[in-house]
Structures are given as C-alpha cells and as structure tokens.
Design a protein around this ligand. Structure first.
Ligand code: ACM
Ligand code: ZN
Length: 767
C-alpha cells in the first residue's frame, strides 16, 4: 500500500517515470524515458516535413498510408498548427545512419534522424504502439522520449523461392513483416536446382523452361519421382523484371535492401534444364521435381568460357534491377565429381596451375568477383567459397556453423553469421509432435534469442568484420504463405532483438512480455505464428556418485509436472521444484502446465538405466570435441544411451581414439563392461576398429578383461549403433579403462576420404 502511494507521488511531483512498462517495442530500443500524458492522432493532426526532400517525402507517404489503413484518418500536410508530427533529417551524433530520436509530448511529436532509414524506424516504433488493423479505437500514443539505433548493420532474412515459388504479394507481406521489426536485408534466393525465378531477357528459357516443373507437391520432397518427358510441367512461376522493380522499390521505402542470390557454380540444375550446354556433360535434362538427383547435372562447367559469358550477361541484368551493394553468388555444396570427369574442367586446372577441384571453384568465384567488382558491387557467398582460397574482397555467409565466419573474419573479410543452429528457420521451433513437417533440427525461440553473433574466438580487432546475422528459410517443406509466417513468427522477432538491441539489455522474461502485443497484432492480421515452445528439457548431471536430473522449460513462470512410473503426467502429477535424484532404473516423463492445462501433445520422456558406474567421473586421454559434449563431462555415465540423433547424448572425438577412465570411487565386484558406438556414414561418423576393456584396483596397474573387434564394415551407410562389450569372471576393481580405437581416416570412396573420422560413443555400462 505504502509503496504504491509513493510511486503515485513520484508521478505527480516529477511528472516523469523511468520505466518501459507501457512500451512494448520489439526490438527493444536503446533508451526509453516515459512521461505522463498522451498524444492523440486525429483528423486535425498534421505532418510537417521538407517536401523537397524526396527521401523524406517517401517515408511520410509510408507513414500517412499506414495511419490511413488503421484509422481512415488522412493526415494533413504542412499546415502549421498546434498538433503536429514533425519529421526532420539533420546531423545527430552517436546514433549512426539508421538511428532516430522520437519525442512524443501531448501536443507534438518530433522525429529526427540522420537519414531516411532512421525516420522509417521511428515510424515503425510509433506503429507498434498503435492498433495493427483498422479499428475505431482512438490513436493514442504515450508521451515518451526514445533514442534508438541498431547494434549490427546486417539484419537479414532469407527466403528460398526456388523450392517453392511465392507470389509477389507474399514477398511484399514478408518484407512488411521484416520492416515492422527493423530487419533491413532481404536475401532473395532466386536460383536453385528446382526452379529459376528471375526473368532474364537475354536467356528466356531460364524461366520458360527452368521455372516450371511437374507438380508433385503432394509427395514429400525426398520421395518425389523425377519428371518424364511428356509430363506437364505446371508447378512454378517467376518474377518479371517489372515485378522485381516494384518489389525493390517497396522494400526500399521500408529501408530494406534486397540482396539477390544468383547461385553458382552448383545448385543450378534449373539453368541446365534450360541450357544444357552450360554443364560439363551438356546432356538434356528435365527440371527437378524435388530431391531426386539421379543422373542430374547441377553444376556449371568451370572449364567452358561461354559459361562465364552467360553468367556475366545474367549478372548484368541482375545488377540493373537490384541496387544492392552486395550480390550473392551462392557457392555452397558443389559436388566436384562432374568436374573431375570433364576434359574442359581438367584442362582449366592444368592451364591455370590449380591443385585440385577446390581450387577450380576458387578460380570460378574469383573470376566472377572480378566482374562484380568491375561494376562497383561486392560479392557475397556461402562459406564454401573459403575452400581453395577466398576471392580477394569476398564477404562470407557462415552457415555450416560459425567456423567459416571465424576463419573469414581472421582473414579480414566481412562476415554474415547464419549458422544452422539457431539461424535456420526451416528447422522445428518446438514439438516436433503437432508441428508441420520440417526438414529436421530444433531451433527454439529461446535458442534464437540467446544467440550472440560475435563468436568468442574473435579478438576485438577481428570482431568488426562481423556485419551481423541472418535467418534462412529454405522451402523444401514449405508451400504456403501461412507456413512461411508460422516458421518466422515469432523467431524473427527474437533475431531482430539480437541484432538491433544492446547486448546487455537482453532479458528473456521482458521479451516475452513485449511479445504479447505482437501476438495480438498477428491475431488481428490473421498471421500464423507459434505461440510458445512448451517442450521440457530433461538434463541429467552425473557427478559426486549421483545422477541428478533438472527439468526446465522456455515458458517464463511455467509449472512443470512429472512422473517416474511410466504414465503421462497430468495436472495432478508431482510439481517439479528441485533437481530429482535418480537411483533406480526408470522412465521420467515431464510436461508444462499453464492455466490448469497440460500444454504438450506428447510429454518429454527419458529412460534412465542405473548401473554401477552411474554418477561416476570419467576422464579422457584425448579431449572430446567441444561440438559434441552431450550433457557434459560425465555423459558416458549418466544412465542415458545415445540414439540416432547425433547432436544429443553422444560424446564425439575427431581423428583420435576415445580412451576413457572411470573411477568407481570404491572397490566393486563386476562381471561386464560395455560401450555403445555409432556409425553414421553421411555424418563422417564410424565405428571404432576395436574396443579394449581394462580394469584396475589402484589406477596404475591395469588387467585386460576383454577386447571386442568391430565386424561391421565402415562402408555401411545405414545408421548403426553397436554395443561393444566384455563379460568376464568376477573382478573386484575400482578403475575401468575403455579404449575405443578410431579408424582415424574416412574410408576410401567416402566424400571425406583421407580426412579425420569421427568416433561417437555413449554410455559405458558397468554391471
Ligand atoms: C545452404 O544451406 N546450403 C547454404
Ligand atoms: Zn566441365
């Protein structure tokens, strides 16, 4: 009671409150100071601005039409009267090119910025404080002073329109959503194997042939049959140059730069379907229907000069349409086999003194970069463009984790971070039960919110090469606007805050509060979005001779219920409060309860098998990879056995043996030791050659109790889990040493032939 009175008093006395309670802007502004009172936009409100400033006039037009859309009010222009919203571009220190100052009093709004970009972002902040759709509500804005500017200059969203074609209207909706949350780069993936989507006047077959395929949308991507010569190619579409110009202008009005991606030298089966002479084999092929690449050429021939003439002509038309400084040229996932078998490509390698096909790709990219630079633009490509040597001024988009980005920044090249985790928005965001089928993975809203684009590996000097980050939306499994919305909402909002707001202002709970008005906006607009990730994370910690399990959820303040008897938890089940100690084999199930309702379609579930080493410390002779730490140091003694999901449970080691020693902390009598290992050919993971089992009483002198030799070939492609074990007469021991011997190098015929092989192991069971 007393406290409330005091706050009220403060309000009266100072007429100022330092609080962001009523300001639910995403991304969170740098500085917000609220005052008492409101400004009401009505039919008498006038906008004041310099009509001779075309950029400013363009921004005001956006503002006026937005206000009209939500209220019907036609704002007056440049009538000097009491109630005004004035816009001014002038020199303001410390807020950069995209920053703005917004001051709302009960009689005036003043918006100032160094450029139109800042004016647009002030407008977006205002629009977030108003209703999202046409209502009869009064347009009331709180009195506030905001100063705001972004942390990163590249705040990107990508959309793959090759795997599925999305109409210009959908593209505009995507751009509009990006703009509302102050994202500023739209990476438009216009070219890929399954469709060429941009009209090129000089090469009409790129779209008349390359943009159309046989419609197998009803069959899952990977299972689609290839087209047959007389099938009707009815599925697809492309953007005319006129449509592109309109979309570029639409984006520019909202301060969004469109970076077009014209893939090369791989992922171009669509171009080859149109012009077979562009490939090494020069064979006719039909446009791909999905993921069946049997006998399909998807690379340009790198030894054929006319390919470069073609690409320069294409890029010339592209650069006429897109004013973007950056032109994306792909460069990812080039299968070099056709180049190995092509006389022209091999001649190029000889003539240019190149070492191998990696250097041939590097030659390709460098030649294209030279052309792009000659047109005063910059080349950007996926991180594979590092292989064989980076082109002199190239910018790298790091997608296979952050490694490529770190390497490029160390080489003093600009970098955009877009690692699969958490930036691939085609991955699941919750579930997967109840979710639309996705390509795989799991990038939750909180994973995105917690992302830090500057890797720890970069020193102060090299950090400045990280331009920002981007989310990618590949569309093999996404065919509708509703599904596009669902995959980006609300994850894009989390990314926007990562990229715009101050690093130390991050606050997950506060972000969730500020999400609520956006959810209301999505509801009003009829947008599809994910309402929350209700999954429960079950995390075992094996230490101090105990197995202890913690349960957590991303939902702020959620109640977690659990069972240990195999039944599904309900609202009457045990409520989780403290870590749970597990001392017998059991299955733990857990779920989130909100408003007396279990929110999960399927509870989280984990089986624990208790054996004599559970909770015991494990030490390694060679360190395990930082990428495969599972649940931490003692993951091999946590009572959980690994499954085929490689990023969970397993400890991975690259090119080395896994030599693990367990201290049982007291003498125990045992008769069996086993260890599970994984083979996953596609992920370069192979079973060990053999596993040696040793025991010791004192940790110094070891006795061999068994050796299990692998009998499964390293060429088996089916994922396989093998248990290696030793059974022996009873031994009384304290120490156990398990040595799994890595095959060291990926075998002959494997894509990674000769490169270090991964060894994956989980649970060492002792009984
Ligand atoms: C990519 O995801 N292949 C860039
Ligand atoms: Zn070739």
């Amino acid at each position: 009671m007393k406290k409330l009175f005091l706050i009220a008093l403060t309000l009266v006395i100072n007429n100022i409150v330092f609080s962001q309670e009523n300001i639910a802007i995403i991304p969170k502004p740098v500085s917000v100071v609220m005052h008492n009172g409101n400004f009401v936009i009505d039919a008498k409100t006038t906008v004041l601005f310099d009509v001779y400033n075309k950029e400013l006039a363009n921004a005001i037009q956006f503002f006026s039409s937005s206000i009209k859309e939500i209220s019907g009010i036609e704002l007056r222009k440049n009538l000097h009267q009491e109630k005004s919203i004035s816009f001014q571009i002038k020199q303001i220190p410390n807020i950069g090119n995209e920053g703005y100052q917004l001051k709302i009093t009960s009689t005036n709004i003043t918006i100032t910025a160094n450029s139109k970009a800042g004016i647009i972002y002030a407008i977006q902040s205002i629009l977030q404080l108003l209703p999202g759709v046409r209502t009869n509500a009064i347009l009331k804005l709180p009195c506030v002073v905001i100063e705001d500017y972004p942390r990163f200059e590249w705040r990107g969203m990508h959309l793959d329109v090759s795997r599925h074609f999305f109409s210009p209207e959908i593209i505009k909706e995507y751009i509009n959503l990006m703009a509302r949350y102050k994202m500023n780069i739209f990476h438009w993936h216009l070219v890929d194997d399954q469709g060429w989507r941009i009209e090129i006047k000089k090469y009409p077959k790129l779209t008349s042939v390359g943009a159309w395929r046989v419609d197998y949308t009803n069959i899952v991507w990977g299972n689609r049959p290839q087209a047959k010569p007389n099938d009707d190619a009815t599925y697809g579409g492309y953007y005319t140059q006129e449509q592109i110009k309109e979309i570029v202008a639409y984006a520019a009005q909202r301060n969004i730069t469109i970076v077009p991606e014209i893939e090369m030298p791989g992922h171009v089966a669509s171009a080859i379907a149109a012009y077979p002479e562009l490939s090494c084999s020069q064979k006719f092929q039909l446009p791909l229907t999905g993921g069946n690449y049997t006998n399909i050429s998807s690379n340009y021939c790198a030894g054929n000069d006319s390919v470069f003439v073609f690409l320069q002509n294409v890029l010339t038309e592209v650069m006429q349409l897109f004013p973007s400084k950056y032109i994306h040229v792909g460069g990812d996932e080039v299968d070099k086999t056709p180049w190995k078998n092509c006389i022209k490509c091999q001649n190029r390698i000889k003539k240019e003194g190149l070492k191998n096909e990696e250097e041939l790709q590097s030659y390709f990219m460098k030649r294209i970069e030279k052309f792009i630079i000659s047109k005063n633009r910059k080349m950007i490509g996926w991180d594979e463009i590092l292989e064989g040597g980076l082109a002199p001024e190239a910018t790298v988009m790091s997608w296979r984790g952050e490694t490529g980005g770190i390497e490029a920044a160390k080489q003093k090249h600009n970098v955009v971070m877009t690692p699969g985790a958490p930036c691939y928005f085609d991955h699941y965001q919750t579930g997967p039960e109840g979710e639309p089928l996705a390509i795989g993975g799991m990038n939750t809203l909180k994973n995105v919110y917690d992302y830090e684009p500057i890797p720890k590996e970069l020193n102060n000097e090299n950090q400045k090469y990280v331009l920002g980050a981007q989310a990618n939306l590949w569309t093999e499994f996404i065919t509708t606007a509703e599904h596009v919305e669902y995959m980006v909402l609300p994850r894009m909002l989390a990314l926007s805050e990562v990229l715009w707001s101050k690093k130390d202002a991050k606050d997950w709970i506060d972000f969730n509060k500020r999400l609520q008005p956006s959810f209301k906006y999505f509801d009003q607009k009829g947008f599809h979005y994910n309402k929350g990730n209700y999954n429960v994370t079950i995390k075992p910690v094996s230490k101090n001779n105990q197995l202890v399990v913690t349960l957590s959820s991303e939902i702020p303040g959620a109640t977690i219920v659990y069972t240990t008897n195999g039944t599904d938890p309900n609202i009457g089940s045990n409520i989780y409060t403290n870590p749970i100690t597990i001392s017998t084999s059991l299955t733990l199930k857990a779920a989130v309860v909100v408003n007396n309702k279990v929110m999960n379609i399927k509870p989280a579930e984990q089986k624990f098998v208790i054996h004599k080493a559970v909770g015991k410390n494990v030490t390694y002779q060679y360190p395990i990879s930082k990428y495969y730490t599972a649940d931490g140091n003692n993951s091999l003694t946590d009572g959980i056995t690994g499954t085929f999901a490689v990023n969970k449970y397993w400890h991975g080691i690259n090119g080395n043996d896994l030599i693990a020693t367990i201290d049982l902390t007291e003498i125990k009598s045992i008769t069996n030791i086993s260890i599970n290992c994984l083979q996953k050919y596609a992920d370069w993971i192979f079973l060990p050659r053999s596993v040696l089992f040793e025991v010791s009483e004192n940790g110094v002198n070891y006795t061999t109790v068994g050796k299990d030799v692998n009998n499964i070939s390293s060429s088996i492609k089916e994922p396989t889990i093998k248990t290696f074990s030793a059974t022996f007469h009873q031994e009384n021991v304290r120490y156990i040493r398990v040595s799994a011997y890595n095959i060291k190098e990926c075998p002959k015929g494997h894509p990674g032939e000769g490169k270090p092989a991964w060894l994956f192991a989980d649970e060492i069971m002792v009984n």
